[in-house]
Design a protein. Structure first.
Length: 430
């Protein structure tokens, strides 16, 4: 009881101290605040497990709390001492001139390229079967084929291997970015924006549904809402259009999340509401999986950084043995990944002493990365949208490997190109 109460009070105190950054992670996304939010949610999930399960959950909370505290000290000290930009700049996008038509054509070509590429990959890899199974479940009521099982088969390449990690970069990272650029970086009337959104957003959602994953849909919805707000403030779309679009997006994303959740007939969600399932997924699911797999990782890595090295090697084509895969198999999930939470990942790879040093280094690195993204977003509307999408994708980064897998690495490279291409830009900072 005393341990549970102490951990809960520590988490509550941390939430109060970091409350502004937690709120801004949702209202004004930035890479630094995204890491703070997800680390806090993971720690909160550990605190819940301490009350409900006990045992190893207290150990997880202690490790997570210590390394997160060291990270926070390094992150804020570096940002303040070197006067680094912690929050995104407030922007006024300047109206386009004669280059508007040429820019719009390039953005359309960028979008259509990824639509055709992802569409072809979905058909060739068998992802279309998952979409059809979801349709049969929702419309026909057919529950013989589990969408969850098809999702696992698709990711593991049982029918036809296409490199699911590479496919994710195209389907869940670059395709959504092309959608953001097409809808929001070109000034249009409210009617045109709404009509374009009605046609394109559901189409992109449909392609993304071929993975059977809910998180990419949720994150894209968040990005679309923020992009609509920034575009309406800058006059690239009317405020009324932004409000209408936001309401439609929330309804559409909720329907998609609820439909996918209901279709996972093998997961045994019972009669739980999709809202409760959503909260459970983002707060307690990751620490719960880590707790169940504690026998696998609690003894530490065979050598410092072994887990990170194995995950990085997984980008090489072929079958690779990774810690996340071993944990997932240990939990009875077969082929798949069960990634350690960021600070538990640091503990596994480096232990208590070296892990503290690594946490400080990560704090320094994230301070510089956060500053670079926030500053580069001021170059142009395209850079602002790319930086926004990086910040939203950072909500996926619960381990260093996720920085590579879930988009920030690829998007950072693209942000450099966009800054060079649109340099001189159409945005002014405040």
């Amino acid at each position: 009881m005393e341990v549970s109460l102490t951990i809960s009070l520590a988490v509550l105190t941390g939430g109060i101290v970091l409350r502004r950054h937690l709120v801004e992670a949702v209202t004004n996304p930035g890479p630094g605040n995204a890491v703070i939010l997800m680390s806090f949610l993971y720690l909160a999930g550990c605190a819940v497990l301490v009350w409900t399960v006990g045992g190893g959950a207290a150990f997880m909370a202690s490790a997570c709390g210590l390394f997160f505290f060291l990270y926070i000290l390094a992150y804020f000290f570096t940002s303040v001492a070197l006067d680094l930009r912690i929050r995104p700049l407030k922007l006024d996008w300047k109206p386009m001139g004669e280059e508007r038509t040429a820019y719009a054509i390039k953005v359309w070509m960028f979008f259509l390229f990824f639509v055709l590429l992802v569409g072809a990959a979905v058909i060739w890899s068998g992802g279309l079967n998952l979409i059809l199974a979801l349709y049969n479940f929702l419309v026909v009521g057919d529950i013989e084929v589990s969408v969850g099982e098809l999702r696992t088969a698709f990711a593991s390449g049982e029918e036809r291997w296409v490199g699911p990690g590479y496919m994710k970069q195209l389907r869940d990272i670059l395709l959504p970015l092309s959608l953001l650029l097409l809808i929001y970086s070109v000034p249009r009337s409210g009617i045109k924006t709404i009509l374009l959104s009605f046609f394109l957003i559901p189409s992109v959602f449909l392609l993304m549904l071929s993975s059977g994953e809910r998180a990419p849909i949720v994150l894209l919805t968040i990005a679309l809402i923020h992009a609509a707000r920034r575009a309406s403030v800058s006059g690239y779309m009317s405020k009324n259009s932004g409000i209408v679009q936001t309401l439609i997006l929330v309804a559409l994303a909720s329907a998609v999340f609820a439909s996918l959740t209901a279709s996972f007939v093998s997961r045994g969600y019972g009669d739980q509401s999709f809202i409760w399932i959503f909260i459970e997924r983002i707060v307690t699911r990751a620490p719960e999986e880590n707790l169940l797999g504690i026998d696998v990782w609690s003894h530490g890595a065979p050598y410092p950084g072994a887990g990170w090295f194995s995950e990085l090697m997984s980008v090489v084509p072929g079958t690779q043995v990774t810690l996340s895969g071993i944990i997932h198999e240990f939990l009875g999930g077969g082929v798949g990944n069960s990634v350690l939470g960021l600070w538990i990942d640091v503990y596994y790879n480096f232990g208590w002493v070296t892990g503290g040093v690594v946490s400080v280094i990560l704090g320094v690195l994230l301070a510089f990365f956060n500053h670079w993204v926030n500053i580069t977003r001021a170059v142009s509307p395209a850079c602002d949208l790319c930086g926004l999408w990086i910040s939203i994708c950072m909500l996926w980064v619960i381990s260093p490997f996720a920085f590579l897998l879930y988009g920030p690495f690829v998007l950072s490279s693209l942000l450099i190109l966009l800054a060079w291409w649109t340099g001189g830009g159409h945005a002014s900072s405040k």
